[in-house]
Ligand binder design. Structure first.
Ligand SMILES: [Ca+2]
Ligand SMILES: [Ca+2]
Ligand SMILES: [Ca+2]
Ligand SMILES: [Ca+2]
Ligand SMILES: [Zn+2]
Length: 358
């Protein structure tokens, strides 16, 4: 969403430097990175905009999603802020109907001394937001509502010092297609690249383990924003994508019994350090909820480092011969299926791609 920035001290020059070796973009002024002087920053939720209830809970969830990241940075969130406004040296979150974007992050910095001094996040109350985790309600999964949490995670990314990213799968790009889904639910998250930016800005807590699998991938850019699409099923040679159709807002691939295929998934490290040779198990499931109780059809492994390009990878599998023609199934993947790694989030380790048997 839009960002607007204000310089408190002179020098209205913004320098865009090319990214080298990473994707995240830090807020800079005259070539100087602008960040908070403290690793703990208080956000204040408007009392009228976020009374006790589901919207407050969704904002709290978004704050907590950032606080799981492997950097030393944390947000605190206070409620019932009586008055909010731009340029008052308080970091506030509120709603308005007077915006030309679904949300805006306003931030102020000192420029030459490299400090953020205020960040406000404002949501447009005419945007069809929803706080639900029910994926079918959300625009990324064919629904009509915009996930409040994906937008909040994106805006809070601005508030801690990150700019838009167009060239990798990223919450600072197209946020509504940057989610973890398994079964009927989908969850926002800051993601590998934005977490990497937070670690660059505020240091590594060296205490966060979190590997994950997503069925989204980077496809390109739209202005400053990355664009994403769902991961796919390829033929066995990896030369073409098998045919698919839109099944109620999600892709479903047509495959034959016994067909060797390549399953594309995105494997992520959202934690502090590299995880090498992490097992991944693959399953056939009759529904979109992938668990280790599903039918096991293959095993692989991935090595994932947060500070390298994220991994979208194809794995060779064979569709079982005894599935039912005309029936829908899901191919599932679970990283760390035997739970050898204790993680800050164990709920983002599984995801699926839909298939129909010819
Ligand atoms: Ca205030
Ligand atoms: Ca303010
Ligand atoms: Ca995990
Ligand atoms: Ca685990
Ligand atoms: Zn934005």
């Amino acid at each position: 969403m839009k960002i607007k920035h204000f310089v408190l001290l002179s020098l209205l020059v913004t320098v865009c430097s090319p990214a080298v070796g990473h994707s995240y973009e830090k807020i800079k002024c005259a070539g100087i990175t602008q960040k908070w002087g403290s690793n703990s920053v208080q956000m204040r939720a408007s009392g009228t905009g976020f009374p006790a209830g589901p919207w407050r809970n969704a904002l709290t969830e978004s704050i907590n999603l950032w606080n799981q990241n492997p950097s030393k940075f944390t947000f605190t969130l206070s409620y019932n802020e009586p008055g909010v406004g731009k340029g008052n040296f308080q970091n506030e979150v509120w709603w308005t109907d007077n915006l030309n974007a679904p949300a805006v992050a306003y931030y102020w910095y000192t420029c030459l001394t490299g400090h953020l001094v205020e960040a406000d996040v404002v949501f447009r109350n005419t945007t069809p937001y929803h706080y639900t985790h029910n994926k079918k309600t959300l625009s990324g999964y064919g629904g009509g509502s915009r996930s409040f949490q994906t937008v909040a995670v994106h805006e809070l990314g601005h508030a801690l010092g990150l700019k838009h990213v167009s060239y990798t799968y990223n919450a600072m790009g197209s946020d509504s297609t940057h989610m973890h889904a398994n079964g009927s639910t989908a969850y926002a998250y800051p993601g590998e690249d934005a977490s990497n930016g937070a670690v660059d800005l505020y240091g590594n807590d060296n205490n966060t383990n979190d590997v994950a699998i997503a069925h989204w991938r980077w496809t390109g850019s739209s202005g400053e924003y990355s664009t994403h699409a769902r991961t796919r099923v390829w033929n066995s040679a990896g030369t073409s994508v098998v045919s698919s159709f839109n099944d109620a807002g999600e892709p479903r691939y047509r495959v034959n019994k016994g067909q060797p295929i390549r399953l594309e998934m995105s494997y992520e490290n959202l934690g502090s350090g590299c995880k090498n040779n992490v097992p991944v198990k693959y399953y056939i499931s009759t529904n979109d909820l992938i668990t280790t109780w599903d039918r096991h059809i293959g095993t692989g492994s991935v090595s994932v480092c947060r500070n390298t390009v994220y991994t979208t990878k194809n794995t060779t599998l064979t569709i079982p011969n005894d599935l039912t023609s005309g029936a829908n199934y899901h191919i599932g993947a679970i990283i760390d299926p035997d739970n050898a790694i204790a993680e800050s989030n164990e709920a983002n380790n599984s995801s699926y791609v839909g298939i129909r048997i010819n």
